[in-house]
Design a protein around this ligand. Sequence first.
Ligand SMILES: NC(=O)c1ccc[n+]([C@@H]2O[C@H](COP(=O)([O-])OP(=O)(O)OC[C@H]3O[C@@H](n4cnc5c(N)ncnc54)[C@H](O)[C@@H]3O)[C@@H](O)[C@H]2O)c1
Ligand SMILES: [Zn+2]
Ligand SMILES: [Zn+2]
Length: 430
Amino acid sequence: MELGGGIANYEVETRGFTAFISESLLQPLVAMPAGMDRGTIVQHLSEMLKCIWEHLLRRIDFARRLTDDPIELSAREEHPVKAIGWAARDQSGVLSPFKFSRRATGINDVTFKVLYCGICHTDLHSIKNDWGMSKYPLVPGHEVVGIVTKVGSKVQKFKVGDKVGVGCMVGACHSCNNCARNLENYCPKMLLTYNSTYYDGTPTYGGYSNIMVANEHFVIRWPDNLPLDVGAPLLCAGITIYSPLKYYGLNKPDMHVGVVGLGGLGHLAVKFAKAFRVKVTVISTSPGKRSEAIEHLGADSFLISTYLDQMQAASNTLDGIIDTVSAVHPLLPLLNLLKCDGKLVLVGAPGKPLELPVFPLLSGRKIVAGSAIGGIKETQEMIDLAARNKITADVEVIPIDYVNRAMERLAKADVKYRFVIDIGKTLKDA
Ligand SMILES: NC(=O)c1ccc[n+]([C@@H]2O[C@H](COP(=O)([O-])OP(=O)(O)OC[C@H]3O[C@@H](n4cnc5c(N)ncnc54)[C@H](O)[C@@H]3O)[C@@H](O)[C@H]2O)c1
Ligand SMILES: [Zn+2]
Ligand SMILES: [Zn+2]
């Protein structure tokens, strides 16, 4: 079609959308294929554009289906809600103030003011790129609690003023076999609270920030009698040990369970196992943690993993072990503690592979397994159970500007047992 001003333009129409091909775009192509007439070139170009249109439309449809929200393929700068947080910019892991934006509250979204956020060792692995998949700037934090400030028109579970939490996930496909079993945590399309790319193409940012926006499916109702600061770590550390205790049948009162690594996850493993009336042995490299484990946390016994006589005497006594250690460590001493059919469940996530000796597995039909957080339904169940049984984390509440020092101390296991950032009172716009 011929438009005004003497410039030839061509029109391509698909599903109600129209694209114009300008003469200037055509020039380089006209020059290339010798002997091809202008009409054929336009035809090829039209086909190409149609393909691109179809592809884009399919992506938009897909994103809409997933969230049921009106999706805009917007750049991150275009999000309307101004947010502040602390981000790592590279694998030095140093965190510093960061301005960014969050999407407006979609029809299925809950927006909340963040009050507290726990510091998980995963945050430390992530800012340091221990697993080789960190994208910067990276705003960590997946033990996020606060108060709802806005809800979308289709939101059913929440209203303004409610206390809520968000853990490690903010998206899943809702149609795969794992989602159908309430195991969004094992959905191949699961989106993490930070370091993932959301359906609109923007990065997800975690809870070391003043505002969160999340689809209500991924928001946890907060029980009235559960304090926010000591409850926040349940959203990752709590569910990460609760889920395998249940799934691997280690929550029966006649069981004897070992807990390896008495940190954020480990101390909650002891508390939940005791709530299940399970016998608990803590296995640690630090003799100094004995009285803490037994007198304070209620463990029944304590082993030092490097004391061979103690470990030998305890061999063949445990039904299962929850291993929360964040660094490479030997598995052989742990496998020897298991009874026949015993299960060693790894939840710690060291950056390098562990060595797995096979003979101790064969001789006792033992199992080495893994587990990652838990589904949303199970997380809600765990939070409600924790509130009923008054299970909370032992925390050191810190201001946001202490976060880099806290990371250094966490790397040395110098915290009892979880740092929690007081975001509400200490994160201010500079
Ligand atoms: N599977 C999951 O879904 C999931 C969820 C949360 C955290 N994690 C991972 O679990 C691990 C623990 O997280 P956390 O927040 O409890 O960390 P943490 O630092 O609070 O606790 C780790 C514990 O491991 C001990 N430890 C460290 N190196 C050791 C070694 N070489 N030998 C023996 N003990 C050692 C420390 O003393 C500490 O007590 C991390 O790797 C984290 O990324 C996994
Ligand atoms: Zn975590
Ligand atoms: Zn899925």
